[in-house]
Design a protein around this ligand. Structure first.
Ligand code: FES
Length: 113
């Protein structure tokens, strides 16, 4: 397991938009509000999980001293948190979006059909 998210890890798991793409978008387009990051590959317009992180990226670029929670998260933990968010009814990923990892390892559990 890798320590933390890197630039090529997708931040928007619904639309596979990497952190690098989002950072470059913010540097290039200078969006005034984080919601404008949706113009970057549709980021944030699926289940909505990544929106707080889009805000962090927007803020980190606009305010260079801001510490991003993303620096502390592994890609696995990030995906797990999104799965918990989606399962708790937070939002619905679009068809074909990244699959949700298992909530927890439950040996013997299987799906039929
Ligand atoms: S992870 Fe970005 S909208 Fe679902």
């Amino acid at each position: 397991m890798r320590a933390t998210m890197n630039l090529d890890d997708p931040i928007c798991l619904c639309f596979r938009v990497s952190r690098r793409k989002l950072i470059n978008f913010v540097k290039r387009e200078r969006p005034k509000v984080p919601s404008q990051l949706s113009e970057c590959g549709g980021a944030g317009t699926g289940c909505g999980w990544c929106i707080p992180f889009l805000k962090q990226i927007h803020r980190t670029i606009s305010v260079p001293d801001a510490t991003a929670e993303l620096e502390q998260l592994s890609p696995e933990e990030y995906a797990r948190r999104r799965a918990a968010y989606v399962r708790s009814g937070g939002g619905t990923p679009p068809a074909g979006a990244e699959v949700l990892p298992d909530a927890e390892s439950s040996p013997g559990a299987s799906t039929s059909g």
